[in-house]
Design a protein around this ligand. Structure first.
Ligand code: ADP
Ligand code: MG
Length: 146
């Protein structure tokens, strides 16, 4: 079963390593130029999953850290990875103003934490929406948004 099919019914992970592994498998199944929106509370594992997405693209996961204060980070891997944390943004205009689209270099993967804060129109093309939820101490459920 592909990771996509598994995520449709939900995957339960019991360690950060397992969550990263989901990211590795997910990004390998994604076509070029996809936006991955990660929804979930603080500490739900969004950045941990992004580390895995980075690792899947050949980027050192230790270098993929939460871009909360600078809003976004760009990494060069097998695809360009743009990691956005929209937590501190107010509305889509704030994100639009960063003109991230201008920096995109194909093939790319964009990951956005806190997509509820606002997403740019161009992000709706090839959008994969994922929800993370802390079920219990150390246990996280990861699923495709239906
Ligand atoms: P977010 O970006 O959603 O705020 P983080 O990924 O930064 O969340 O934080 C998740 C925290 O929970 C990390 O400290 C991680 O080590 C820990 N953790 C414990 N169990 C898991 C798990 N199963 N999956 C992901 N992270 C986990
Ligand atoms: Mg985070």
């Amino acid at each position: 079963m592909s990771i996509f099919e598994k995520l449709r019914s939900g995957v339960l992970t019991v360690s950060p390593e397992e969550t990263q592994d989901v990211g590795v498998k997910l990004v390998k199944d994604l076509p070029d130029n996809c936006v991955v929106a990660l929804s979930g509370d603080l500490g739900a594992g969004k950045t941990t999953l992004t580390k895995g997405i980075g690792a899947g693209l050949g980027i050192d996961p230790d270098e993929v850290i939460s871009p909360t204060f600078q809003i976004y980070s760009i990494y060069e891997g097998e695809r360009q990875l743009v990691h956005i944390d929209a937590y501190r943004l107010e509305g889509a205009e704030g994100l639009e103003a960063l003109m991230i689209e201008e920096f995109l270099k194909e093939p790319w993967t964009v990951v956005i934490e806190w997509p509820e804060r606002g997403m740019c129109d161009w992000m709706n093309e090839n959008l994969v929406e994922i929800t993370l939820e802390r079920i219990f101490e150390g246990e996280i459920s990861i699923s495709l948004k239906s």
